[in-house]
Design a binder for this molecule. Structure first.
Ligand SMILES: O=P(O)(O)OC[C@H]1O[C@](O)(CO)[C@@H](O)[C@@H]1O
Length: 243
């Protein structure tokens, strides 16, 4: 595990993007292609903004999508497909595999699972929620399932976070269910980079780093057992580490 503490979210995003681009270029050099998983949310704004400016042969990169709300049209401003299209896939010519929640979702997930398991994933860009979640695996997260994706229920704190971030006008409008990559599948990435800026993440960061055990009540603790996990914090998100 490597922890980097930057002054602010801009510096955090730039440094995280540097590392992600380096890993993508190493994979392209070695295997002729690179495969990346991207997460979304306000915490990933700066990382993705700097990432698309990096010197990478993007045509050799395939992007997989981490999680998505169920029953939310792509036209909704909270749609993660919309987010990724606006901020990433419209800016760099990558191949893309979205979590498609239109039509037969189970069938779509089977197809996505076949695609993701065709080869290794070089890098997972995996944010951490205020409740310590990774993707939409809220506590208590299922660390056991070997599926790649599954349909999950969202806990109240996670839904409130989405409201507070301004993605939805009322709590009632925040979906109760989502498709999420599983913790098991996340852990298959060769490298994991977590960009976690901001004061509202300070508690989750402290709980993740301080917990002596891996616990599904703080799902991000699982990342501490990964062979190559890089955690990018800023002054605010790291403010409770020593408390
Ligand atoms: O950026 P946020 O909204 O704080 O979310 C943190 C993480 O949680 C998820 O959004 C799921 O809510 C991930 O995709 C994201 O990186």
């Amino acid at each position: 595990m490597a922890v980097y503490i930057l002054d602010n979210s801009e510096e955090l995003g730039e440094k995280a993007a540097d590392l992600i681009a380096k890993k993508l270029n190493e994979a392209i050099e070695k295997r002729g292609q690179a495969r990346i998983i991207l997460s979304t949310g306000a915490s990933q704004f700066e990382t993705i903004k700097y990432l698309v400016e990096k010197n990478v042969d993007w045509e050799k990169v395939t992007m997989f999508h981490l999680d998505e709300y169920l029953e939310l049209p792509e036209t909704h401003k909270a749609s993660f497909r919309r987010y990724l299209k606006e901020r990433f896939t419209s800016k760099v010519p990558v191949k893309v595999h979205f979590v498609n929640t239109e039509g037969d979702v189970e069938e779509n997930l089977k197809e996505l699972t076949r695609e993701i398991r065709k080869d290794i994933i070089d890098i997972g860009v995996i944010g951490i929620g205020e409740n310590g979640h990774i993707a939409f695996n809220d506590p208590p997260a299922d660390f056991e399932t070997r599926e790649a994706y599954r349909i999950v229920s969202l806990e109240e704190r996670c839904r409130k976070q989405q409201l507070n971030e301004g993605w939805f006008p009322t709590l009632d409008e925040v979906p109760f269910k989502a498709v999420s990559m599983t913790p098991y599948q996340i852990m298959q990435c060769e490298t994991i980079v977590s960009s976690v800026p901001g004061e509202r993440k300070a508690e989750a960061v402290r709980n993740t780093l301080k917990s002596e055990e891996v616990t599904n009540m703080v799902p991000a603790t699982l990342l501490k057992t990964h062979k190559d996990w890089h955690l990018f914090l800023d002054k605010e998100s790291s403010s409770l580490i020593d408390s």
